[in-house]
Design a protein around this ligand. Sequence first.
Ligand SMILES: [Zn+2]
Length: 299
Amino acid sequence: MGYHPRMEPIGESIWCQDSGKPGVSLAISFGVHGNERAPVDAGLRLVEEFGRGERTLREGKLLLLHANPRATERDERWSEGGMDLNRCFHPDVLAAEPELFEQRRARELVEALERVEAEVLVDFHCTVEPGSRFLMQHPPVDHAPSRRAYSLLQADTLLADPDLNFGGVSFDEWMSTRGKVGICYETGWIGDPANSPESVHGEMLNLMRGHGLLEGEATRYPEKTLLSLAGTIPCEEEGFAWCDGMGTNLQRVAAGSVLGTYASGREVVLDTDAVLIFPKKKPELVKIGSPLVYIGLSG
Ligand SMILES: [Zn+2]
């Protein structure tokens, strides 16, 4: 790729600044789900600040990716067609002839990471259901470059998935399956006023400082509480309804608890003590054959 002393677009809603000096090649993405506004607004603010020259890199390279701008335009999770971009990074999907925007877009995003030889990707999201911040990563938790990256993020919970129980389908998994740092960062609930563009912007800056891209002291956060992603509870029937009080992110639920009931009356019961991750409470996110919820285990 060419040398970009100022931040410049290198694709649709993809920007790069290359300091021309050795250092980390850091990619920050936002808006894989278009309506997750806090990360989108924080990321676009960085694009403006770098574009105007108000910020400049001291070393390394920075790639900023507004991953699904079409979905942001619609203020929805995905663009027309209803395809989740964060399920389009599996090698089989990337190799297939794209039919929908998200499938084509996944290729463009991957090509941008390759062009700048990105070593670290932090993909910023918000959760659909309430719950505090957490991050998910797929390399072993003691992988040193991953530790450096996640110690710069405020979340106090790390959901580890070295076995790719998530499916090898997401943007961050594309990085981690290539031995690089790929982190999915959930900055909190989409409806939480504290999960603001200002707060996310601050986290993005901290990430840059901690990797040497910006001047200044970075904040390093204490060790995270570890969870491991054990799998999912798939939706098997029509008409699933959650029990009252069930289905927040990081909710700890005891073995034997009833999560909810299908229209047939059949109950979905947890067979182990678990932590609920990404519960699908919105009816439009519940699909037969897809997860009702992902299951985290302590330790
Ligand atoms: Zn998301």
